[in-house]
Design a protein around this ligand. Structure first.
Ligand code: ADP
Length: 396
């Protein structure tokens, strides 16, 4: 017996019917590429998609490609969407070979130059009147490893060919806009036209994404994943809850939680299964667990104080004075007389050395200079439980 129904719907390469919270981005892509439908051949469209890992850049680009080539077909136009991963196809040559392969075009195996190879590809498109949308995923990687001439060639293919009819359009997929910084202005101008940003997902975004995989895509049997488990996973990764907003990790955690439920012979995926899955997927956390076990009561109370502030105020850094106030409050509440100011400084120094907190000096703007403090780990329910449990054990 198993909690899964269609486990392949959780596969990282699976493209679901719906992409919750990426409808706007798909619409923006469609608007940007509309010219190819209206006046094919007149311009080469270039769009940059940027955002952190797991924000849906790849899946959204692919989905757009599906939808857009379908629209074109209905209008009697041939628009092909090709997705190339520049991390897998590491050089200009391999990228060109991959384009040919996806087009089903045989390239003679006798050491053609990039120009010659490209000419073959262009002629192929021209003969069949095809417009090509080339999505270059992990383009950061291509920029950081390729010779400038190759980058130049790839993004300025038309000038090389003197082609009158524009047939190639680009989606550059970048993790960081700053990876373009090293390029010449002339190349940059060719890349940066329209920028579509993908923000990290919030907890409620992730809830919708997971819920859609479970229910619409039927990854799990009906009723196998209670709402509270979905919410728990969404809270771990939601950017508004201190997570990284990464949908890939959220889906992976859900899948692993299901496998753990299966191993334990449970008909439902519980929060506890999700916690176990999370500590496997986030090895950082297991290192942190060891560190926390070494802390004494008052060090733990300092961590709890900072945790409380993060939760209450939702900002990243707190002045030392605020931490001290909150620490005094927390200690009294738990019946442990707070330690003196100098001792508190010592705790902070120690926690910083252990990598649990980050401390920095305030810049100008605040009166005088003060130490600002932040937790170095994302605030998650799991982390919170860990601290609270340790404090409880040490109070006994
Ligand atoms: P990126 O390219 O930004 O690193 P991906 O597109 O690879 O992110 O997405 C990571 C995983 O999360 C994939 O399995 C993808 O299907 C899924 N995913 C991301 N965003 C969404 C969304 N809005 N709806 C459904 N699934 C999503």
């Amino acid at each position: 017996t198993t909690v899964f129904e269609r486990i392949n719907a959780l596969n990282p390469d699976y493209i679901p019917k719906n992409l919750p919270h990426r409808e706007i981005q798909i619409r923006e892509l469609t608007v940007n590429f509309r010219d190819i439908l209206i006046n094919p051949g007149s311009t080469s469209v270039r769009v940059v998609i940027t955002g952190k890992t797991g924000t849906g850049k790849t899946v959204t680009a692919k989905k757009f490609g599906e939808i857009f080539s379908e629209i074109a077909k209905e209008k009697g136009l041939k628009i092909f969407y090709l997705h190339i991963n520049c991390h897998r196809q590491r050089t200009l040559y391999l990228i060109l070979m991959e384009i040919a392969r996806q087009l089903n075009l045989q390239i003679p195996n006798r050491g053609l130059s990039s120009q010659e190879t490209f000419k073959l590809i262009y002629d192929y498109l021209d003969k069949r009147n095809i417009q090509l949308i080339l999505a270059l995923d992990e383009f950061d990687y291509f920029i950081s490893t390729s010779p400038v001439e190759d980058i130049y060639f790839l993004v300025r293919i038309y000038d090389e060919l003197n082609a009158l009819v524009k047939r190639i359009h680009y989606i550059f997929i970048l993790r960081e806009m700053s990876s373009l910084a090293s390029l010449d202005k002339s190349i940059k101008d060719h890349v940066i036209k329209n920028i579509i940003e993908f923000h990290p997902y919030t907890s409620s975004d992730l809830f919708d994404i997971l819920d859609d995989r479970i229910k619409t895509e039927k990854a799990f049997r009906e009723g196998a994943v209670p709402e509270e488990t979905i919410k728990f996973i969404a809270d771990i990764y939601g950017v508004d809850k201190g997570g990284n907003g990464n949908a890939r990790l959220a889906i992976e955690t859900l899948e692993l939680a299901g496998k753990i439920a299966d191993t334990e012979g449970s008909p439902q995926v519980s929060i506890d299964h999700a916690k176990k899955a999370n500590s496997k997927i986030n090895p950082e956390l297991s290192i942190i667990i060891d560190t926390i076990k070494d802390l004494d009561l008052h060090q733990l109370l300092v961590v709890k104080a900072i945790m409380n502030l993060h939760k209450k105020e939702g900002v990243d850094f707190f002045p030392m004075g605020r931490v001290e106030e909150e620490y005094n409050l927390v200690s009294r509440e738990l019946g442990a007389p707070p330690r003196k100011h100098t001792q508190l400084f010592e705790y902070i120094r120690k926690l910083k050395l252990m990598g649990l907190i980050v401390a920095r000096q305030s810049g100008k703007g605040m009166r005088g200079r003060t130490t600002l403090i932040s937790l170095s780990v994302p605030l998650s329910t799991e982390f919170e439980d860990l601290i609270n449990n340790e404090i409880r054990d040490k109070l006994l």
